[in-house]
Design a protein around this ligand. Structure first.
Ligand SMILES: Nc1ncnc2c1ncn2[C@@H]1O[C@H](COP(=O)(O)OP(=O)(O)OP(=O)(O)O)[C@@H](O)[C@H]1O
Length: 612
C-alpha cells in the first residue's frame, strides 16, 4: 500500500503583479486523514495547490511533499495524484487516450488505464471523446488520472464540482477509504457543508492567508455552546444538576447550561436517575463560524504563528490518534470509524451500481457527440521552451509542467519575474490573446454514427495550426495595454481573468498534447529537449533512466516564465446555439445514472475556449 506523505507549506507567498494570491501561508497536512482546504472564491486555494504541484513558482516560501519540492520527486505520478481542473482535457481525445498519454509518460503499464477508469465508474465510456463528457464525467476522469500512479498523496481541487448528490456520496466514500489506507488526502472546496461530513481536519484560507487549521470540532470555542436539557420531571433534573455542581438557567424550552460539555450534563442526569426528554447542544452553526473567519469578523489562534505551531502539533496528534483507532481509545472514535467504514461500503456499492449502469447504457445508446472545436495553441516564438534543455513533468490533470534543466534558464526567469511590473513577462506580445497566438479552431465533423469523420485530418489540422505564423496584431476587442504591457484600468477589476498571468504550464499543456494522436500514441517525439532531465520526465528510455535522472535543484518550484496574457472578453467561439441539436446520445439517459445532469455544453465551450 503506498504510504502517505506529510505536506508542508512554509511561508508561501505568491504575487501575480498587484494581486497577492497567497500570503505567508504556513500549514501542515498529515497522512491518514482527509484534510479540507476551504476558502471563498479567489481566496488562493488553487494557487496554493498549484505551487505545491510545481505548476506555479512561489514568490517566496516553500511547499513540500514528504520533505521534497515537487520538482525533486523521483516518481511524481506515483507519489502525488492531483485533480486541478476538470476542464483541462483535450475535447477531441477519448478519456482512455488521455490516461494512456499520462501512463506512457510516467512509465506505467497500460493496464492502469482500464483499472482506473473502472475505479471511477467510466469503464464503458473511456473510448468516448472527452468533449462529449458531462462535467461530472470529466471530474471522474480527473480522478482516474490522479489515481493512475496509485499515489500516496491525493490533491484534489474542488472534486465535487459537477457531481450530483449520489456522485458526491461516492466521492466521499472514496476519499475516506483512501485516507483509511494511510494516504494523504487534501481536498479543496469553497463550501464547508460540502466537506463537513468527509474531513478530519481543516485548513481555511482567506485572502491568501491561513485563518484556521485544526479539527472540525476545534472550529468553535466550547464556551460558545449552550446545552438545552429537559425532563418530564424538571425538579428531579434540577436536583441532579445541582448535585453535580452544574449551574443552569430555567427557560421555557428547558434548562440551559453554558460552558459545560454536553456529555457531562447527560452523565449528571443519569447519575440522578432522571430520564431526559431533551439533550441538545446549541451554538453557532459551523457555517456561520466559517463565514466569520473568512470575513475577518472572527479570528482563531491556530492562524497565528504560535497557534499554527500548536495546530501542527494537534494535527500530528490527530494522525497518531487515527493510527491508534484500532486500539479503540474511546467509544466516539470507534463510532466514527464505523461510520467511515459504512461510507466506504456505500461508496463501493455506488461504484458497482454505476458500473452496471454504464454497461446498460453502452448497450442501448448510440455514440453521439456534438461538433467539437479543437483548438491547437502554438507556443509563442520567444517563449519556446523546446529550445531550452527542458523536460516535461506530468503534473496534474491536463497540465504539463516544464522544468528547465539548468540554472541558465532558471535565474534569468526568476530575476525577470522579480523586476517586472505587474504581469509583464519576457517573450510576450502585449495584447496578443492566447487563442490568437497561432491558434486555430479546427472543426471536427462527427459521423452520423458518432465516429470521427477523420481523426487523421484533425491531427493534421492541429499540426497545420502549429505552423501558422504568430499573429502580432491584438484582437480588436482585446483590452488596451499600456507601454508596460499591463492592462489599463484598476488591477483588481471584477474581471480578474483579464489580468490572468498565463503560466508556462498552460502553454506546455497545449504543446504536449499536440505530440500525441487521438489515441494517445506519440506521433512525434514529445517536445522536450531533454526528456530525461527531470524526474518524471516524459517518455524516458527506460524506467531506470527515469529513476537515475537527477533532479535539478535549479529547477525547483517550476521556474516558470509566466506570460502575461489578456484574455479576450467572454466570447466563446462556440456557444450552445452554434452547436447542432443534441443527438440522443447526449441526453441525460445516456449518462450513467449517478451522473444524471445534462452536460453543460455552453459551460464546456467556455472552458475549452480558454476561459477560466
Ligand atoms: N495566473 C494568474 N494571473 C493573475 N491572477 C491570478 C492568477 N491565478 C490566480 N490569480 C488571482 O489570485 C487570486 C487567488 O486565485 P485562486 O484561483 O488561487 O483562488 P481560489 O481560492 O482557488 O478561488 P476559486 O474558489 O474561485 O477557485 C485571485 O484574485 C485570482 O484572480
Amino acid at each position: 500500500m503506498p504510504q502517505g506523505q506529510v505536506l508542508e507549506f512554509s511561508g508561501v507567498t505568491k504575487r501575480f503583479g498587484a494581486v497577492t494570491a497567497v500570503d505567508e501561508f504556513t500549514a501542515r497536512v498529515e497522512p491518514g486523514l482527509v484534510t479540507g482546504f476551504l476558502g471563498p472564491n479567489g481566496a488562493g486555494k488553487t494557487t496554493t495547490l498549484r505551487i505545491l504541484l510545481g505548476l506555479v513558482k512561489a514568490t517566496s516560501g516553500t511547499a513540500t511533499i514528504g520533505g521534497l519540492s515537487y520538482a525533486h520527486l523521483r516518481n511524481p505520478l506515483q507519489t502525488v495524484g492531483s485533480v486541478l481542473e476538470a476542464s483541462s482535457f483535450h475535447p477531441g481525445r477519448s478519456g482512455a487516450a488521455h490516461l494512456r498519454v499520462y501512463a506512457q509518460a510516467a512509465g506505467l503499464p497500460d493496464s492502469r488505464v482500464d483499472e482506473t477508469l473502472g475505479m471511477v465508474g467510466l469503464a464503458d465510456v473511456g473510448g468516448r471523446k472527452v468533449g462529449g463528457y458531462s462535467l461530472g464525467m470529466r471530474q471522474r476522469l480527473g480522478l482516474a488520472y490522479a489515481l493512475l500512479g496509485d499515489p500516496g498523496v491525493l490533491v484534489l481541487d474542488e472534486p465535487a464540482n459537477g457531481l450530483d448528490p449520489e456522485g458526491i456520496k461516492w466521492m466521499r466514500g472514496l476519499l475516506r477509504e483512501l485516507a483509511r489506507q494511510g494516504r494523504t488526502v487534501l481536498v479543496s472546496s469553497h463550501l464547508l457543508a460540502e466537506v463537513q461530513q468527509t474531513v478530519d481536519s481543516l485548513l481555511i484560507i482567506s485572502q491568501g492567508r491561513l485563518v484556521f487549521q485544526g479539527r472540525l470540532d476545534e472550529l468553535t470555542d466550547p464556551t460558545e455552546y449552550a446545552t438545552v436539557v429537559d425532563a418530564s420531571d424538571r425538579a428531579a433534573l434540577s436536583d441532579a444538576l445541582h448535585d453535580a455542581g452544574v449551574e443552569f438557567e430555567l427557560l421555557r424550552s428547558g434548562l440551559v447550561v453554558r460552558g459545560v460539555d454536553t456529555g457531562l450534563i447527560g452523565q449528571a442526569a443519569a447519575a440522578g436517575g432522571v430520564a431526559l426528554t431533551l439533550l441538545q447542544r446549541r451554538g453557532p452553526a459551523l457555517e456561520e463560524v466559517f463565514l466569520d473567519l473568512v470575513s475577518g469578523v472572527r479570528t482563531h489562534a491556530s492562524a497565528s504563528v504560535d497557534g499554527a505551531e500548536d495546530a501542527v502539533a494537534g494535527a500530528e496528534d490527530a494522525a497518531d490518534a487515527e493510527d491508534a483507532v484500532a486500539g479503540a481509545e474511546d467509544a466516539a472514535a470507534g463510532a466514527e470509524d464505523a461510520a467511515d467504514a459504512e461510507d466506504a461500503v456505500d461508496g463501493a456499492e455506488d461504484a458497482a451500481a454505476a458500473a452496471d449502469a454504464t454497461v446498460a447504457e453502452a448497450e442501448h445508446a448510440p455514440l453521439a457527440e456534438a461538433e467539437l472545436a479543437v483548438q491547437a495553441v502554438a507556443e509563442p516564438a520567444e517563449a519556446d521552451a523546446a529550445d531550452s534543455a527542458a523536460g516535461f513533468v506530468v503534473a496534474s490533470t491536463g497540465i504539463i509542467d516544464i522544468i528547465p534543466s539548468g540554472a541558465e534558464e532558471a535565474e534569468p526567469a526568476a530575476a525577470v519575474e522579480a523586476d517586472l511590473e505587474p504581469d509583464v513577462e519576457p517573450g510576450v506580445e502585449p495584447g496578443v490573446e492566447p487563442s490568437s497566438v497561432a491558434s486555430a479552431a479546427v472543426e471536427t465533423p462527427i459521423g452520423e454514427d458518432g465516429s470521427d469523420v477523420s481523426e487523421g485530418d484533425e491531427i493534421e489540422a492541429i499540426d497545420a495550426a502549429l505552423e501558422q505564423p504568430i499573429d502580432d496584431a491584438p484582437p480588436a476587442d482585446a483590452p488596451a495595454l499600456g507601454d508596460d504591457g499591463a492592462t489599463d484600468g484598476p488591477p483588481e477589476s471584477d474581471r480578474p481573468w483579464e489580468n490572468y498571468v498565463r503560466t508556462d504550464a498552460d502553454l506546455e499543456a497545449d504543446r504536449f498534447f499536440a505530440a500525441f494522436d487521438a489515441d494517445g500514441v506519440a506521433i512525434t517525439a514529445p517536445p522536450s529537449g531533454d526528456a530525461g532531465s527531470a524526474p518524471g520526465a516524459v517518455a524516458p528510455a527506460t524506467a531506470e533512466d527515469a529513476a537515475s535522472a537527477p533532479a535539478s535543484p535549479e529547477a525547483e518550484e517550476g521556474d516558470s516564465v509566466e506570460t502575461a496574457f489578456d484574455l479576450p472578453p467572454d466570447e466563446p467561439e462556440d456557444t450552445a446555439s452554434d452547436l447542432p441539436p443534441d443527438e440522443p446520445g447526449d441526453t441525460a439517459s445516456d449518462l450513467p445514472p449517478y451522473e444524471p445532469e445534462q452536460p453543460d455544453r455552453e459551460a464546456d465551450d467556455h472552458e475549452e475556449g480558454g476561459l477560466r
